[in-house]
Write a protein that binds this ligand. Structure first.
Ligand SMILES: CC(=O)SCCNC(=O)CCNC(=O)[C@H](O)C(C)(C)COP(=O)(O)OP(=O)(O)OC[C@H]1O[C@@H](n2cnc3c(N)ncnc32)[C@H](O)[C@@H]1OP(=O)(O)O
Length: 200
């Protein structure tokens, strides 16, 4: 199997490397702009984030910040980008997962779901039937989208948060850890608590 270059030698990047290894990548390298980092998860950092075009390798972004992830992903030709799904994630057959997205261990994605590009579907989260997840969304560890939820581009669903069925959340929102979203959110911002309310 081909080589994989992961941009971003971070904690998240380390998890991405583990998923890549389980998907059969034999050679994994990192690219990062921090000169002081030489390895990540036991894999070498061999250059800067802008150098993926010079390497004959598949590419994925290992950066948690949605804005940075988007900026870097959109500078890379689509044919170099891959999608990674942990072998212990449960993903229904008709689910569409966009380029550059990563689905982590224990995640469950049920039928009729569409996940955009550059998303993180993190450990033990669930995305239930017919959800529409935009681009560069992060469904953080242990959070749950009930059925027919829509999440706009760049939104972060915090760890352990729950979004009730048939609810829409617009782009550029931060849903706090443990929040419960029971009504549509139509204005960008940070929302916390039960029921989730805007804080700024
Ligand atoms: C593998 C991984 O690690 S994946 C990463 C998972 N991590 C997460 O999901 C983290 C999600 N982030 C949060 O929950 C954050 O607290 C945010 C984004 C909601 C708010 O962060 P900030 O904008 O920095 O807000 P700040 O910390 O200043 O808090 C503002 C107020 O909201 C409260 N608040 C913050 N987060 C929450 C929350 N999740 N639930 C309830 N109240 C909260 C604070 O106590 C504070 O209240 P106060 O003004 O009465 O003191």
């Amino acid at each position: 199997m081909r080589k994989l270059a992961i941009i971003g030698a971070s904690g998240y990047g380390k998890v991405v490397a583990d998923i890549a290894r389980r998907n059969g990548y034999k050679e994994i390298v990192f690219l990062d702009d921090d000169d002081s980092i030489h390895e990540c998860g036991g894999y070498p950092v061999i250059g800067k984030s802008t150098e993926s075009g010079m390497i004959d390798a598949d590419v994925i972004i290992g950066i948690g910040n949605a804005g940075v992830r988007k900026q870097i992903q959109e500078s890379i030709p689509d044919e170099k980008l891959v999608t990674l799904i942990h072998p212990d994630a449960v993903v229904a057959e008709d689910v569409v997962v966009g380029k550059g997205s990563v689905v982590m261990a224990g995640a469950v994605i049920n039928p009729g779901v569409r996940i955009g590009k550059g998303c993180i579907i993190n450990t033990c989260s669930s995305v239930d039937h017919d959800c529409e997840v935009g681009d560069y969304v992060h469904i953080a560890v242990g959070s749950h989208l009930c059925g027919t939820v829509s999440v706009g581009d760049g939104t972060w669903i915090g760890a352990g948060a729950t979004v009730s069925n048939n609810v829409s959340i617009c782009s550029a929102c931060m849903i706090g850890a443990g929040a419960v979203v029971v009504k549509n959110i139509v204005e960008a911002g940070s929302y916390v608590g039960l029921p989730a309310k805007k804080i700024k």
